[in-house]
Design a protein. Structure first.
Length: 219
């Protein structure tokens, strides 16, 4: 069964679902506009419609979304896992979070996945899942991006990145943190629009008071 985190039901306790150890996989999938346009071109009927659809497919740009995780530990240490800067992390050593791939077009069936090692959950203070557009459109509208969290046992939690405002270039997806004796996942879906002189990672970090310092980077 899939539990969907929504505005009206935004939080779940991993402990209450029995998800306290092992690995949890955070997956990002979205509709690749170029692939969708190419599919439409193949299915178009009539010479004129096929030609128009083929032109649209040829001129549609790929989209490169990057999934990441800002990590703050109980001892005060902090870091980020993301494709930018080749900061892919590690599962069996600090920061116990790793990114498995960098899907630059949305064509990868498995999408992009972060793996979190819950065997070390006592070391975590906050895990902030986020995503941003590295290359492509101005915002997330029409991408139908969905983030899923799946445990080793098959427990599945889903967050839809909907209601994107025009120009929103990044999204804080969810905040995983300790609440009493439980590890809780809270839906955020908080959108960020780029500002001159400030990267979206810096904006997200400041908004959640994670105290991280950022420098420009490329993949």
């Amino acid at each position: 069964m899939t539990v969907v985190l929504t505005k009206t039901s935004p939080t779940i306790s991993l402990d209450k679902h029995g998800v306290t150890t092992g690995l949890i996989r955070v997956g990002l999938n979205w509709v690749a506009p170029r692939l969708a346009a190419e599919q439409a071109a193949r299915e178009a009927r009539g010479r004129f419609r096929r030609a128009r659809a083929a032109i649209r497919a040829a001129t549609t740009a790929d989209v490169d979304l990057d999934l990441g995780c800002m990590i703050r530990c109980r001892d005060g240490s902090k870091t980020v896992v993301q494709a930018l800067g080749n900061a892919f992390g590690a599962v069996d050593q600090f920061p116990y979070v790793a990114l498995d791939a960098d899907d630059r077009t949305g064509a990868r069936a498995a999408g992009e996945n972060l793996v979190i090692n819950l065997d070390h959950q006592e070391e975590f203070s906050k895990l902030l899942l986020f995503v941003y557009i590295y290359d492509g459109p101005r915002d997330f509208r029409g991408l139908d991006a969905v983030v899923t969290l799946v445990s080793d046992r098959g427990d599945r939690f889903e967050i839809h990145l909907d209601e994107c405002p025009p120009g929103a270039h990044a999204c804080a997806i969810a905040l995983i943190k300790r609440q009493g004796n439980e590890l809780v996942v809270g839906r955020e879906v908080r959108w960020f629009t780029p500002q001159e002189g400030r990267g979206v990672q810096d904006m997200i970090s400041r908004a959640y008071r994670l105290g991280m310092k950022w420098t420009p980077g490329r993949k």
